[in-house]
Design a binder for this molecule. Structure first.
Ligand SMILES: C[S@@+](CC[C@H](N)C(=O)[O-])C[C@H]1O[C@@H](n2cnc3c(N)ncnc32)[C@H](O)[C@@H]1O
Length: 232
């Protein structure tokens, strides 16, 4: 673990790297695990805690792809733990799986599984704490079926992308899914700006601002470092 915060994340002046029309540029609040608790309390269906739910349709599609992928000896980061389906699927196959959640029950459920080489982290992915949690270039594969679904503002979404790029190995990839790309938190409380409902064009605009190329395979989207791009 590396608890030190990269210098670039601590910068106080934020200059957006891309413009897809977001109005809320800086929410002014350091993201933490309670950021969307009000929405979670208000919703009458599971929003943040999927510890007791089957994987969503998009997570299930990613898991089907993982079933056929060769991840032997690879390090995997799963953002959005759910019922730890990824860790259970890859146990004994990947070298290690780390996952991140804002839901205490998901953290507890995953921690109690007792899977070797599995770590669950109760962290907001937009936070400085997450940015400093892992060593640079720690992961070959990063999974997040809700890349922008919980974006509190552009500043913190951009911090997350900066962290993703920092955590990726040179030949690593981020994998997301069309369904989760199009979904944003929208329950009437603490809603996410609709601009963060991504389509392929928006995803490409965001990714290219971070030196990443997007490769679409049906409903799966792979983000990889653009060849020759400088590391951001
Ligand atoms: C709708 S559930 C999906 C769970 C699982 N990925 C699936 O699709 O079955 C959303 C997941 O994202 C996590 N989550 C939401 N906002 C987050 C954030 N800002 N940082 C980290 N995890 C977050 C929730 O805790 C939960 O694990």
């Amino acid at each position: 673990m590396n608890e030190s915060i990269p210098q670039s994340h601590a910068a106080t002046t934020f200059r957006p790297r891309f413009d897809i029309g977001a109005q809320r540029i800086d929410c002014g609040r350091e993201p933490d695990v309670a950021t969307h608790h009000a929405a979670d309390q208000f919703a009458s269906w599971p929003l943040l805690d999927y510890s007791d739910c089957d994987p969503t349709e998009d997570q299930a599609a990613i898991n089907r792809w993982l079933t056929g992928a060769d991840l032997g000896g690879r390090d995997v980061l799963h953002v959005g733990t759910g019922n730890s389906s990824v860790a259970r699927l890859l146990a004994g196959k990947a070298r290690r799986v780390e996952s991140v959640t804002v839901a205490h029950n998901e953290w507890q459920h995953g921690s109690r599984l007792g899977l070797p080489d599995y770590g669950v982290h109760l962290l907001n992915k937009h936070s400085l704490a997450f940015a400093g949690r892992f060593e640079p270039a720690a992961f070959d594969c990063i999974l997040d079926n809700n890349l922008a679904s919980f974006a509190c503002c552009q500043r913190h979404l951009e911090r997350y992308f900066e962290t993703l790029v920092r955590l990726l190995r040179p030949d690593g990839f981020v994998l997301t899914h069309w369904l989760g790309m199009q979904w944003t938190l929208d329950v009437g409380v603490d809603d996410v700006e609709p601009v963060w409902r991504l389509d392929a064009g928006k995803l490409r605009a965001i990714a290219s601002a971070y030196g990443l190329s997007v490769d679409r395979q049906d409903e799966l989207f792979f983000l990889r470092r653009t060849r020759g791009a400088e590391r951001t």
